[in-house]
Design a protein around this ligand. Structure first.
Ligand code: MG
Ligand code: MG
Length: 625
């Protein structure tokens, strides 16, 4: 299918927007009237630029408050329309979006509105223009697609059809299945937008909170499936009003937008179309999504004393320093299946890591890294060029929107994972033997996201790795609200928790300013904590008030609570006697990184979010000290 984007989705001047859309391979654009009015380029010049860039102008929008008016207003509106039609001829746009009248004076008379739309279509026909009529969710008289279709049907003119906008339909909770009953040739245009499920005025919701398909709470695949089943053959076009996108880099937003349509189309291609509702367009599939088996490794970069602190911490948790990279200052630390790579840049050796300690790479174990790499390429994921000597394993890696390197690691088919051969036994003096109660792997990784790219990162990781996003939760911290969203596979695979500061300002606005963490899994957290403390680990102190509250809200036996209090272990339980979660944290290293040890009991699926504010407050206190 063809992919288009409304210029209103992107920041910058009209010229910048067109270049951004073309740069990521969009086929066409909707030109937003205000963008044209503010442009120094004349319509013919815009047309020429679009042609040079390989873009078609699929829609000119919007034309407002035309129908359901008195006769004097109608005459003025037709005059206004003819001016726009002749502009469109210059622009090379053949379809105009007309949205339903949203003024208080709109007349509630279907016969009048339909007759007026017919007059508009007759005028448009003379210019070779088609009118796509859209029901705004807040239209005064026409606010549903059923009623807009009723008017178009009554007007009965070949130059008049419908524009369907997913936001206007799904935000109202309307059932989109009825779209299947509309003849495909009357569906002139399809605008797609997702949105988080919010309880607010629909106009404000639309103007500020729309997002790209897959980033919100609507079922865009289901919706688009109905439109295609009706026989729609036009482009999939994005119309997203979003405060963040309006201010973000247009090239980056365009790539995010394009990725969302690619993923949507792939999802549609994978659905079993009912026999009578087979789309009359060709849907393009991506290489199969593939959920990794788990984390092969997580890489942490740190310099100087922080690196030493991480080594002591890992040693206290029973990790062994087993190998060193053959050509880089990278140590492999292992405890059972949990592997941490410590990239301990040493300035004396000319290594230049001067950032705060942070998670720099995720190694994900895949049955077919080639397939995931091919999928990543189609998802506009930047491929990372690796500097390595010819003897090293050629691992594929792509950059996530937050800058994290995602390594696609072959599984080794039960034998040793191939990338391990890039590491050799460490110098004997450095070896830490490890041991103690078992860790069972890396449970999850928590990555702080720059404010402007939270949804982009969420879509990227889920689309690339076949993960599903959980509900967004908002947590109060002493430094403001934090939004958190966990991404996880349907059965197993890696878990990634994305966090973002909701104000998007101050020290935590960027990736570098945020806190990241690595959560290690175990099956006996008391034993792990006791051994770690005995080996010199300081667990993050949890206030006694927390345990008083725990006593009030749970029936944990007092001796167990006391045991947890001594070890600073926190607790959560799913409602209705579901699974149980026990976890403890380390202090912050370098102000930016901490470790967590977790024990999931009876299939607990969360992340202990109820305890996060406590952890944030203690980290804050320690940072200030
Ligand atoms: Mg619209
Ligand atoms: Mg966690």
């Amino acid at each position: 299918m063809r992919h288009s984007i409304a210029t209103v989705c992107l920041s910058g001047t009209l010229e910048e927007k067109l270049r951004a859309a073309a740069g990521v391979g969009f086929d066409g654009v909707e030109v937003f009237e205000n963008d044209l009015v503010a442009s120094p380029l004349r319509p013919r010049e815009i047309r020429a630029l679009a042609e040079d860039l390989g873009l078609t102008i699929d829609l000119y929008q919007p034309f407002r408050d035309f129908e359901g008016v008195d006769d004097a207003t109608l005459a003025a509106n037709l005059r206004r329309a003819e001016a726009k039609f002749s502009l469109m001829v210059e622009l090379g746009a053949d379809t105009v979006l007309v949205c339903s009248n949203a003024t208080a004076s709109a007349i509630d008379d279907d016969a009048r509105a339909a007759a007026q739309l017919r007059l508009l279509a007759e005028a448009a026909e003379g210019y070779g223009v088609r009118v796509a009529y859209e029901a705004l969710a807040w239209g005064t008289r026409v606010s549903t697609y059923r009623r807009s279709w009723e008017l178009v049907r009554r007007a009965d003119h070949p130059s008049l059809g419908l524009c369907l906008d997913s936001f206007h339909i799904l935000s109202r909770g309307d059932d989109p299945a009825g779209i299947r009953d509309i003849p495909g040739e009357k569906l002139f245009f399809l605008q797609l937008a997702d949105a988080p499920r919010l309880s607010m005025d629909v106009l404000q919701w639309s103007r500020h909170h729309r997002c790209f398909p897959g980033q919100g709470g609507f079922d865009l695949a289901g919706f688009t499936g109905h439109v295609l089943a009706a026989g729609y053959t036009g482009p999939l076009s994005l119309e997203v009003f979003n405060d963040v996108f309006r201010a973000a880099d247009p090239g980056r937003t365009a790539a995010d937008a394009r990725r969302s349509l690619t993923v949507l189309e792939d999802g549609l291609a994978r659905r079993d179309a009912p026999p009578r509702g087979r789309p009359s367009v060709t849907l393009t599939r991506l290489p199969e999504p593939q959920t990794p088996r788990g984390f092969g490794f997580v890489e942490v970069a740190a310099a100087g004393e922080t690196a030493a602190g991480i080594r002591s911490l890992l040693a206290a948790l029973g990790f062994a320093h087993t190998r060193d990279h053959r050509s880089k200052p990278v140590q492999l630390w292992e405890h059972g299946p949990a592997r941490v790579l410590l990239n301990a840049a040493d300035p004396r050796l000319g290594h230049t890591w001067d950032g705060a300690a942070s998670v720099t790479a995720l190694g994900l174990v895949l049955d077919s890294p080639e397939r995931s790499a091919a999928r990543a390429e189609r998802l506009c994921a930047p491929v990372l060029a690796r500097r390595h000597d010819p003897s090293e394993t050629p691992l594929r890696a792509v950059a996530a929107p937050d800058g994290t390197a995602v390594f696609l690691c072959p599984s080794g088919d039960g034998g040793e994972e191939p990338w391990l051969s890039d590491f050799s036994a460490p110098a004997v003096a450095d070896v830490h033997p490890g041991g103690g109660p078992a860790l069972t792997g890396i449970d999850h990784v928590g990555l702080h996201q720059p404010f402007a790219h939270f949804d982009e990162a969420s879509l990227f990781y889920t689309a690339l790795l076949g993960l599903s996003p959980g509900e967004s939760t908002e947590l109060a911290s002493p430094e403001g609200l934090i939004r958190s969203r966990a991404l996880a596979g349907a059965d197993g695979g890696p878990r990634i928790a994305l966090n973002v500061s909701l104000i998007g300002d101050g020290p935590r606005a960027g990736t570098a300013g945020g806190v990241q963490h690595i959560a290690l899994a175990c099956e006996d957290i008391i034993a792990v904590a006791e051994a770690a403390v005995a080996a010199g680990l300081r667990t993050l102190p949890v206030p006694d008030n927390y345990y008083d509250d725990l006593a009030a809200r749970t029936d944990l036996p007092p001796h167990r609570r006391e045991h947890m209090r001594r070890l600073n272990i926190l607790h959560d339980r799913e409602p209705d006697g579901g699974g149980e979660f026990l976890h403890f944290f380390t202090p912050l290293l370098d102000g930016h990184l901490f470790f967590e040890v977790v024990q999931r009991v009876e299939g607990y699926a969360g992340y202990g979010a109820r305890n996060t504010p406590v952890r944030l407050a203690v980290h804050r206190t320690e940072r200030a000290a």
